[in-house]
Design a protein around this ligand. Structure first.
Ligand code: FPP
Length: 238
């Protein structure tokens, strides 16, 4: 099995999964969170080098006050717990998105986790929090304009490499495989720049039920795809 170097996942369906069990939506998020922890171990064992998950979008603030609060408390607990799995998986953890919107203690936990894990290299785990692809691009453009004013931007044609160095994912290779759970088939503002050449895999399985066999199935399907010329980036007529 050819394991993709970078797998991106849209963690969807926690709410519907819980509702189907006559439980509150927040229960779905708790089980989804436990599952995320397990999937990190699976990803490491399979030899995936980069895993990037969409945990909270710039749009998710519009959910009910109770649900947003429950998610924030879940992040609080998870970010602390993640120190252990980062050590066990030799996993570098980074948060992408605009973390400045979170409460100071959450921002501090993010800094602590990123700092604790910064030298690990087995698995690179990116958690998208308060992330939106358009917001990321606008933040990059704003920073480039600021740097240009200060004479820090080379004159002439803008290159992809230079632009990418301003994205939250600077230095991280683009995803090879995007997985979205729970039936919807859209990007929901996820990694808009980075997914330009990525293979997409959609499944009806809700995130809390997406385990090792489901991940292997997604990778097998990815393996069956006809990647003409070996690398989609080299395709000329698509
Ligand atoms: C989508 O399910 C999921 C979310 C908005 C939150 C994702 C969060 C987790 C998996 C848990 C924690 C993650 C971390 C990093 C601690 P949904 O609520 O949109 O489900 P629905 O589409 O069925 O309503």
């Amino acid at each position: 099995m050819n394991v993709p170097n970078h797998v991106a996942i849209i963690l969807d369906g926690n709410g519907r999964w819980a509702k189907a069990k006559h439980m509150p939506r927040s229960y779905g998020h708790v089980v989804g969170c436990d599952n995320l922890e397990k999937v990190c171990y699976v990803a490491r064992d399979l030899g995936i080098r980069y895993l990037t998950v969409y945990a909270f979008s710039t749009e998710n603030w519009k959910r009910s006050k109770d649900e947003v609060e429950a998610l924030m408390n879940l992040f609080r607990r998870y970010l602390k717990r993640c120190i252990k799995s980062s050590r066990e998986n030799e996993m570098r953890v980074r948060v992408i998105g605009d973390a400045s919107a979170f409460a100071p203690d959450i921002q501090e936990s993010i800094r602590a986790l990123e700092d604790f894990s910064k030298d690990y290299d087995k698995l690179h785990f990116q958690i998208a929090l308060n992330y939106g692809g358009r917001d990321e691009i606008l933040r990059a453009v704003t920073q480039i304009a600021q740097d240009a004013k200060e004479g820090k931007v080379p004159e002439g044609k803008m290159t992809e490499e230079f632009f990418e160095s301003y994205l939250d994912t600077a230095g991280i290779p683009d995803p090879d495989l995007l997985i979205r759970t729970s039936g919807e088939q859209r990007l929901s503002n996820y990694l808009l720049w980075q997914l330009a050449y990525t293979e997409f895999y959609f499944t009806d399985i809700a995130w809390p039920d997406f385990h090792k066999p489901e991940l292997i199935q997604a990778i097998e399907q990815y393996n069956r795809r006809d990647r003409r010329y070996g690398d989609a980036k080299e395709e000329t007529n698509v």
